[in-house]
Design a protein around this ligand. Structure first.
Ligand code: ATP
Ligand code: MG
Length: 350
């Protein structure tokens, strides 16, 4: 009764707890937080020094006792306490900005598909203790498909491929459920590492993680480009140990990324193989939808289409699909309740 009354005044919130980025969607306002999932901790005192944008700036630039870490790695929660603090920080931040006069919000959180029951409960508890009135969980692939406005509840096959920072989540969804899926720990972070390794082995230069990511975004590609792109980067010369600037081109970066892109293609093919035949014809007709930051790599859509024979669509705003999907679920909870994650410890969302 009271919850119903509160519901009229409180705002609903959708959160995409991503490996690289955390996004917060507030009903009627849209995405209001978009910050790196990074936390800087003083190891001597255990004190959290910075979260989000500010903490990311510290990566690779901190003294030894301060670590700027990413509490989610490869799509799983590697440091639970820090994840909880990060979640709490973001929830408090929206609370401060928009909820001060309102009762506590209902929150829906997109979670990686491979997290354990204990972690699910902990994510939920963290959100509750950070001020949520009700908390629901949804698998990121499902939220992404809903955010991409795919008809997930109809009896048709919908394929979604979310290339994020830590994982590539591939899922075929029909009638509100995931019928075939695969999660691959090869995504944006791995591509950055591929570039670091290539630079080390082939160009004899040591690059930082952020430089590698910049290279990927400015000249990276998965498919041969019409025009070769070129840029200069700075790193440390492997032989002299001194700073060095070199010119790198898009063919070199594509070569560096080749094996990882092939792995993504293989996983998509395997997921198609697991898909019931009736749904495969839907995939051929409707195509697969690419979301996540990795979908912005030049030519990745072309490569997937060529290798899998399935048409590929990239949506307009691929980075926010999960958060928007979570928001859409909350706006129509009665209709979409069946897509939520059911918790194993006996509690079914009301
Ligand atoms: N233009 C671009 N080209 C290639 N990669 C890009 C581009 N823009 C962003 N990325 C990459 O996208 C990744 C982040 O994507 P996204 O925000 O979808 O991940 P996430 O949701 O935080 O991670 P996950 O879903 O794995 O938990 C980063 O690795 C980033 O380097
Ligand atoms: Mg994601």
């Amino acid at each position: 009764m009271f919850n119903k009354l509160f519901g009229k005044f409180s705002k609903d919130v959708g959160i995409d707890l991503g490996t690289a980025t955390t996004l917060v969607y507030v009903k009627e306002k849209g995405i209001i937080i978009n910050e790196p999932s990074v936390v800087a901790v003083n190891q001597k005192t255990g004190q959290v020094l910075a979260i989000g944008v500010e903490a990311k700036r510290m990566i690779g630039r901190t003294p030894a006792h301060i670590t700027a870490t990413r509490p989610l790695k490869e799509g799983v929660i590697s440091d639970f306490e820090v994840t909880e603090q990060m979640l709490r920080y973001f929830i408090h931040k929206i609370h401060k900005d928009s909820f001060s006069l309102f009762p506590r919000p209902r929150i829906i959180i997109g979670i990686p598909s491979e997290i354990t029951e204990v972690e699910k409960k902990a994510v939920k508890d963290a959100a509750l203790s950070a001020g949520a009135r009700e908390v629901y969980l949804v698998e990121e692939a499902m939220a992404a498909a809903i955010g991409a406005r795919l008809p997930v509840q109809e009896a048709v096959g919908n394929m979604i491929v979310d290339i994020g920072g830590g994982t590539t989540d591939i899922a075929v969804i029909s009638l509100g459920g995931i019928v075939a899926s695969q999660t691959l720990k090869i995504a944006g972070d791995k591509l950055n590492q591929d570039i670091i390794n290539y630079a080390h082995d082939e160009l004899k230069i040591v690059l930082g993680e952020r430089t590698a990511e910049d290279l990927k975004i400015t000249i990276g590609s998965a498919y041969e480009l019409d025009e070769i792109l070129e840029t200069t980067v700075r790193g440390r010369d492997l032989t002299t140990g001194l700073p060095k600037e070199i010119t790198v081109n898009s063919d070199q970066i594509r070569e560096a990324l080749y094996a990882s892109n092939e792995s993504i293609i293989t996983a998509i093919k395997e997921t198609i193989e697991q898909t019931p035949p009736e749904l495969i014809s839907d995939l051929m007709n409707r195509g697969l939808v690419l979301v996540g930051g990795g979908s912005m790599l030049r030519g990745i859509d072309k490569l997937i289409k060529e290798k899998t024979k399935v048409p590929v669509k990239i949506i307009d705003d691929p980075l926010t699909a999960v958060a928007r999907g979570a928001g859409i679920i909350l706006e129509d909870l009665d209709k979409l309740r069946s897509v939520l994650v059911q918790m194993d410890y006996g509690e079914v969302p009301k």
